[in-house]
Write a protein that binds this ligand. Structure first.
Ligand code: ATP
Ligand code: MG
Length: 275
């Protein structure tokens, strides 16, 4: 069965996109047939993988996830329904996974489709026909629970929560997990928590941070799901984004090690359910 993993957090800038893209690249290295779907109107994952010119050309010529969700400019211009195969970029350069890029049109999808029926099921309906082509589908979500994230939760088998180890983020994790699970149920789906990942951690020793990190790991509600290790904030990670590469192409052994460990644990977790 195809595993569909949504990367979610209501907080912005916590490393969702960074982990989602690198996890998809990791899955390719492990010979998993992998699709990345970008449902964030900020289009960060799409721009990282395709570059601005590549994304623009693709969005103009082939369309984006916005077409699948019923709000694409492209669809309006062409006057015909796009399907998943139409808008897909196959075997992306430097990464190897297939990509369905996002579009800024998604920023207003909640308003544009305000009166539409079953709007959060449109993405699922569009992806189901190609789901069998993949072992793993990764979905990069925006930092909110609006229609794009709900569309992911309507068919995700799992979700991953990257989080910073600071006081406010720590408080938010339990609320977020509850909210995601409630939303899943409302949508007739029950995505399982595949891991909470401590991300953008500082390498400088800090007693306060260490205390918060320990509290996160020992939390009675979700502590058992916090993955071992953490992703430290490193310049090389940002450089990889700019160079349109995954962290795994970096010469920084610490960064490669940290991302390899996190991705391996997530992949093991989502595959465990198949046994
Ligand atoms: N381990 C890391 N080391 C250095 N920089 C990082 C690391 N992880 C993420 N960043 C940087 O932090 C910024 C935010 O990361 P990212 O875009 O992955 O967060 P996000 O949760 O997806 O944000 P948003 O909520 O806006 O979608 C980016 O500039 C990214 O390059
Ligand atoms: Mg992001």
């Amino acid at each position: 069965m195809t595993k569909v993993v949504a990367f979610v957090n209501l907080k912005g800038g916590v490393g969702k996109t960074t982990l989602a893209v690198n996890f998809a690249a990791f899955c390719v290295q492990k010979k998993e047939r992998t699709l990345l779907i970008d449902v964030d109107p900020q289009t960060n994952a799409s721009l990282w993988v395709m570059g601005f010119d590549g994304w623009e050309a693709h969005a103009d010529k082939k369309g984006t996830v916005a077409d699948l969700m019923g709000v694409g400019n492209h669809k309006k211009a062409q006057g015909k329904e796009k399907n998943a195969a139409d808008v897909l970029a196959a075997k992306t350069q430097n990464f190897g996974f297939d990509l369905i890029p996002s579009h800024l049109d998604l920023f207003t999808i909640d308003f544009d489709l305000a009166s539409a029926q079953k709007k959060v099921e449109k993405l699922k309906e569009a992806i189901v026909p190609i789901l069998g082509n993949y072992d793993v589908v990764v979905i990069d979500c925006p930092p909110n629970l609006t229609v794009p994230t709900q569309s992911a939760l309507a068919f995700a088998t799992h979700f991953v929560v990257p989080t910073a180890a600071d006081f406010l983020s720590a408080i938010g994790i339990a609320l977020l997990i509850n909210r995601v699970q409630e939303k899943g149920k409302e949508l007739d789906n029950s995505p399982a928590l595949a891991g909470v990942v401590i991300s953008k951690a500082t390498s400088r020793p800090s007693a306060v941070r260490e205390k918060i990190e320990n509290a996160i790991r020992k939390n009675p509600n979700f502590g058992a799901h916090v993955l071992e290790g953490k992703l430290v904030e490193r310049t090389t990670v940002m450089d990889c984004t700019q160079n349109r590469r995954s962290v795994f192409s970096s010469k920084n052994r610490a960064a490669v090690h940290e991302f390899t460990m996190a991705c391996k644990l997530i992949l093991d977790e989502i595959q465990e359910d198949a046994l």
